[in-house]
Design a protein around this ligand. Structure first.
Ligand SMILES: NC(=O)c1ccc[n+]([C@@H]2O[C@H](COP(=O)([O-])OP(=O)(O)OC[C@H]3O[C@@H](n4cnc5c(N)ncnc54)[C@H](O)[C@@H]3O)[C@@H](O)[C@H]2O)c1
Length: 396
């Protein structure tokens, strides 16, 4: 109850802050890419009176126009995002393109003075991520990466537990997530599975969330080496049936990984044992298990991994010589949902940035997500070479 009151108070204060920071006009937002995830961004933007979506660009002719029609939004539609940026006096863009088209549009928008909400994964390669970070730094604008699990109170709880010291020194984490039959290709959609559009498969698509879940909670320790493995047995199988038989025939198009595993070493001595799957002959690839010198934490896996907890977490401790387990109830998301918070927090930062507010900071900063990308990049390189590789975070 006390928590509810605090939440209401917090909301009122946020509203007051927002008004105080008012631009005196609406924030002008555009879209680059108006496919699947753009719909979630649009649903969020539409909830906020101080934001207006004024334009969108999609490579596929007519797609942006159809998108706006679907939402009943009057906005200019383009096929060329550069033309849109030149003509629409935008403040910010949601970059909702497939992975291979994250870096180009994000850099271009930043270089042209726009704040950018970039969908996950950050990029395909570490070089691309470094390029985006450099464009961000040169622009002084806001870049936030679309990791909505960070706005889930259960994910935040993991960080609170780690920081509380209850687990002591954390030396081993097993994490990842699994789908038994969950290659994202329903309805014949192929942008997640083609090499020329996605570039990376499960390792980037859902692996980025699993890594962020534990590494963000730990304050992103520095990774030093990784030994990675990737496979594509299900995607390349012409007989792949998909979830409940609802899979498209796509083996000839499949050009990414559908499973990855890795053993990652960190400067602090921590090791992370990671596995991620779009498809496998198993129900889950296991819960996330955190081992510390004073306690352990189990985070139940979900059936279809998407960056949420699959049930109550359990803390394992020895108390007065007895082995004890404390079950933590799953926390409800109150107020705005995860995607709405991801969009709102980005808009707040973008507005603050325009107003010169020194506290306007990216809610999901590239300085952390580049480490996530460096690990993914290391897994891909190691899997290709068949041996352990070093992870070097570029100087920015
Ligand atoms: N955060 C989440 O929950 C979440 C969920 C789904 C997808 N995603 C991420 O969002 C991205 C897009 O996924 P999706 O499901 O929307 O894919 P999609 O294929 O449905 O949509 C991508 C759209 O971008 C357009 N596009 C590509 N390059 C472009 C360019 N240079 N200019 C203009 N338009 C361009 C394509 O034509 C397509 O319409 C992916 O990187 C994916 O990982 C995030």
């Amino acid at each position: 109850m006390a928590d509810d009151k605090n939440l209401d108070l917090f909301k009122e204060v946020r509203e007051a802050d927002r008004k105080a920071l008012s631009l005196g006009r609406k924030l002008r937002v555009g879209f680059i890419g108006t496919g699947g995830i753009a719909h979630s961004h649009m649903r969020a933007y539409k909830q906020f009176d101080d934001i207006e979506v004024v334009a969108g660009a999609d490579l596929i002719p007519g797609r942006a126009a159809a998108f706006f029609k679907e939402f009943g939004v009057e906005a200019a539609d383009y096929t060329d995002y550069k033309k849109m940026i030149a003509e629409c006096r935008l403040d910010a863009v949601s970059v909702c393109t497939y992975n291979r088209q994250h870096a180009g549009p994000a850099c271009y928008a930043l270089e042209h003075g726009l704040s950018v909400l970039l969908e996950k994964p950050f990029s395909v390669t570490l070089d691309e991520a470094a390029g985006i970070c450099r464009a961000e730094k040169a622009s002084g604008k806001i870049l936030s990466i679309g990791f909505q699990p960070r706005f889930d109170p259960n994910m935040q709880m993991i960080g609170k537990i780690f920081r509380s010291g209850e687990l002591g020194r954390i030396y081993y984490i097993q994490t990842g997530g699994g789908r038994r039959r969950g290659i994202p290709c329903s309805g014949g959609k192929d942008s997640f599975i083609r090499e020329d559009t996605a570039g990376i498969g499960a390792v980037g698509d859902i692996g980025c969330y699993s890594l962020d879940m534990v590494l963000n909670a730990l304050g992103y320790p520095k990774p030093v080496t990784v030994s990675g493995y990737m496979s594509d047995f299900f995607g390349k199988d012409p007989g792949y049936s998909g979830y409940k038989g609802n899979g498209a025939v796509m083996s000839e198009k499949f050009g990414v990984d559908d499973f990855a595993a890795a053993f990652i070493r960190f400067e602090t001595g921590l090791v992370v044992d990671f596995r991620i799957s779009w498809a496998m002959n198993m129900d889950t690839s296991g819960d996330t298990i955190v081992l510390g010198t004073k306690g352990g934490l189990r985070i139940p896996s979900t059936e279809c991994w998407n960056g949420t907890v699959g049930g109550p977490m359990t803390v394992y401790k020895e108390v007065a010589g007895e082995q004890t387990e404390t079950v933590l109830p799953v926390l409800e998301i109150k107020g705005l949902g995860r995607i709405e918070q991801k969009v709102r927090s980005f808009c707040d930062a973008a507005i603050g940035n325009i107003l010169g507010d020194p506290d306007a900071k990216s809610p999901v900063p590239s300085s952390q997500i580049i480490v996530n990308q460096a690990i993914i990049d290391g897994i891909v390189r190691s899997a290709r070479l068949g041996r352990e590789v070093e992870i070097v975070i570029p100087e920015l």
